[in-house]
Design a binder for this molecule. Structure first.
Ligand code: AHR
Length: 524
């Protein structure tokens, strides 16, 4: 028989040793080796007229008891200001190709239908003026998607004249009468949305002929946007990696190569959701390690997809003048039980925080080509930043990732080399670790490290060359379970906490918790 002490020791080791055992990963960072600028627009948001994304999520109306400024809820504005949203894509999505802007201006709004999303009525009380007011309140720029599917070039051209012109035309006087004499700024213009599917089921050739017409006639007249502040025109691009999508990219980019003085594009859109298979069946909460590992494996495919389409773009645009704009991305899961399936309501867990970090890092590594991205969608829809329920608001784990990444906006990419090792579960084998580094506009070094492994901690030892590092500090985001969420009643389950990091003799050391996202800054 074993003595009680031996038994205790064995039990202690069985419980403690796996938790204490941390893998060691060495990183190497040379701050003098800089790459492309990580465009702040890769932290863009997407707000479609879908479910409670706009109505209730942003717009409650000026008479609401929920504190608001001209109908726009103050709590949501405050939260979004803190993550420095660079741009908001609006009004869709599939909704954009059925949107007629005149329904959403002036004192009398037409009530229309929203056949794409739950077949509900669309009050149009949130229109051009309200959207522009909203982005002004949060400090973001406008990314307007014009209707190519069921609209006309004339309708889109007149919308742009209404929004951007300064000369006293009839449309400009109408804008002034509707409360905004000064021209609005439109930073980005989407020429259609998913024109290969909900946007009109067009062939690539047919789309290109439409796109040229819109590019020619849908002008931005804002006097302040004629040179460096020029509006960027984004063409519809691929939605996957099969031949259908590579052919689409080939067709649009080949046309671009031969563009003339009369039309141009500055970007190609790409949509890629993490779904595993359609229709979305993975649950957004109440899942285990199997679903966790499968979703992360699937999301990492974003890298190959970008590489594939970038390679096609390189053939026709070697100077990388046309940006790849991943203007719909994120996890898309089964609708929450009891919700309207057309409203795309899902929970947002620690898994989504890790998913977001992995994608942001992929965009950062492709910063020379990927100069914009819009997570789908900002509030109450799909992988949201914020959820609301009447007067209540909760910030999701994904929100906190966007907050932690603020220093990476417009920072300069710095390569990180490391041997990540593997995290395996069942048939899934994915790198245990991911990392990205950048120098901000003040020259400060920032490092993000994601530990994908939900079971094992990782000891990081990062060699820092090219700077004289003195100290480091940072924050980490983790939670008890892979499917931990923030709720209205327990809003702080997944929130960033300070992490201790030390710098000695040019080496940064810190310990990463399992399933965590960590951002560290280095003082020089
Ligand atoms: O984000 C939801 C929908 O997904 C968008 O409306 C559409 O563009 C995409 O298919």
């Amino acid at each position: 028989m074993r003595s009680p002490l031996v038994v205790f020791t064995l039990i202690f080791m069985a419980i403690i040793v796996p938790i204490a055992a941390a893998q060691k990963v060495e990183l190497s960072i040379d701050a003098s080796k800089t790459g492309a600028k990580i465009d702040r627009n890769i932290f863009g948001q997407f707000a479609e007229h879908l479910g409670h994304g706009i109505y209730e999520g942003i717009w409650v109306g000026p008479d609401s008891k929920i504190p608001n400024t001209r109908g726009i809820r103050n709590d949501v504005v405050g939260a979004l200001k803190a993550i420095k949203v660079p741009n908001v894509r609006w009004p869709g999505g599939c909704f954009a190709d059925e949107y007629h802007w005149r329904n959403g201006i002036g004192p009398q709004r037409s009530v229309t239908l929203n056949p794409n999303w739950g077949g509900v009525t669309e009050a149009n009380t949130f229109g051009t003026r309200e959207f522009m007011d909203f982005i002004d309140q949060i400090g973001a720029e406008a990314y307007i998607s014009v209707n190519v599917g069921s609209g006309t070039p004339q309708e889109a051209a007149e919308w742009l004249e209404y929004m951007t012109a300064a000369a006293p035309t009839t449309l400009v006087k109408e804008r002034a009468a509707n409360g905004h004499p000064a021209p609005y700024k439109v930073a980005l213009l989407g020429i259609g949305n998913e024109s290969w599917d909900c946007g009109g089921n067009m062939t690539a050739d047919y789309y290109v002929s439409q796109m040229k017409i819109y590019s020619r006639f849908v002008r931005n007249f804002n006097p302040a946007q004629q040179d460096k502040q020029q509006m960027l025109k984004i063409a519809v691009g691929p939605g996957g990696d099969g031949a259908r999508w590579t052919d689409w990219t080939e067709t649009v980019m080949k046309a671009y190569q031969q563009h003339t003085w009369s039309w141009d594009i500055n970007g190609l859109s790409m949509h890629n959701y993490t779904v595993v298979h359609w229709p979305p069946s993975y649950t957004s909460v109440g899942f285990g390690e199997t679903e966790y590992s499968q979703i992360l494996k699937s999301t990492l495919e974003m890298d190959g997809l970008i590489s594939k389409h970038s390679a096609i773009m390189d053939k026709y645009d070697p100077d990388k003048k046309v940006a790849l704009i991943v203007d719909e991305w994120g996890g898309w899961y089964a609708p929450l039980p009891g919700s309207n399936p057309g409203f795309l309501v899902q929970q947002n867990s620690l898994r989504d925080a890790i998913l977001a970090a992995l994608n942001l890092n992929i965009f950062g590594r492709h910063a020379d080509r990927v100069r914009g991205a819009n997570i789908a969608q900002m509030i109450n829809v799909l992988q949201a930043m914020i959820m609301t329920d009447k007067e209540k608001m909760v910030l999701t784990p994904t929100y906190y990732v966007f907050k932690m990444y603020v220093p990476f906006q417009d920072a300069t990419f710095i390569p990180v080399t490391f041997d990540a090792g593997w995290y395996t579960h069942g048939a899934v084998a994915i790198p245990r670790l991911d990392a990205i580094a950048a120098k901000d506009t003040n020259g400060k070094l920032w490092l993000e490290i994601t530990n994908l492994d939900p079971n094992e901690a990782v000891e990081i030892e990062a060699g820092l060359a090219g700077i004289t590092a003195k100290s480091a500090s940072g924050e980490t985001l983790t939670a008890p379970k892979v499917d931990s969420v923030n709720t209205f009643d327990a809003a702080n389950t997944v929130t960033p906490k300070p992490i201790s990091a030390t710098v000695q003799a040019g080496k940064l050391t810190l310990k990463l918790e399992p399933k965590s996202v960590t951002v560290v800054s280095v003082e020089q």
